[in-house]
Design a protein around this ligand. Structure first.
Ligand code: ADP
Length: 182
């Protein structure tokens, strides 16, 4: 695909953003993480001694950053939906599978619980609705798909002209882990 398009890949940690991004990258599509963008533009805050992370001033980053290169760019990260992008892909994952993925990653019990609960209550959708995000949105369940299959699904959606994905109607039909058998 050679359209001028900026795409955010967002989702709870462990849903597969990095894995999907690697596939985009292998197809010669430019990929950058929110953290790298923040670093590049100087919106990375002080080091948090408790967990070694650095806070990102996402709202200032969002004000400053725009996609003005030609071609496609993918911005990945769990805050990427706050950026001024043309389309947003939200990755979801069954909380039980997610818990497993995060435990394997060596996250603390508290961090595993916080992230699993965020996914369980569809926290990301609440955020999109709260901030009235305008870009078209598409949700993909990664629970039982490999990253290639997730990529294929994403590409089919992105190939639409124009890209479909109204926030309200998609939020209404989004996965609700609390309602489904998990
Ligand atoms: P994120 O970037 O959202 O934190 P990662 O891409 O790092 O997530 O994936 C977290 C873990 O889940 C990794 O161990 C990865 O191998 C696994 N994983 C990612 N995507 C899938 C998928 N579609 N199917 C199965 N496992 C996956």
């Amino acid at each position: 695909m050679d359209r001028d398009l900026s795409i955010a890949i967002t989702g709870t940690p462990g849903t597969g953003k990095t894995s999907l991004s690697k596939i985009f990258s292998s197809k010669q599509i430019k990929v950058i993480s929110v953290k790298e963008l923040a670093e590049e533009l100087g919106f990375l805050g002080e080091l948090d001694a408790s967990d070694g992370s650095r806070e990102i001033d996402i709202h200032r980053l969002s004000d400053e950053w725009e996609h003005n290169d030609s071609g496609m760019v993918v911005v990945e990260g769990h805050l990427s939906h706050f950026l001024d992008v043309d389309a947003i892909i939200i990755l979801r994952c069954n909380p039980k599978i997610l818990q497993n993925r995060l435990e394997k990653r060596g996250y603390s019990e508290q961090k595993v619980r916080a992230n699993t609960e965020w996914e369980l209550v569809s926290g990301l959708w609440s955020e999109l609705l709260e901030f009235e995000i305008e870009a078209p949105v598409f949700e993909i369940d990664t629970s039982n798909k490999n990253p290639e299959e997730v990529y294929e699904e994403a590409i089919v959606w992105l190939q639409q002209e124009p890209i479909q994905g109204g926030l309200i109607e998609n939020a209404e039909k989004a996965i609700d882990w609390l309602e489904s058998k998990i």
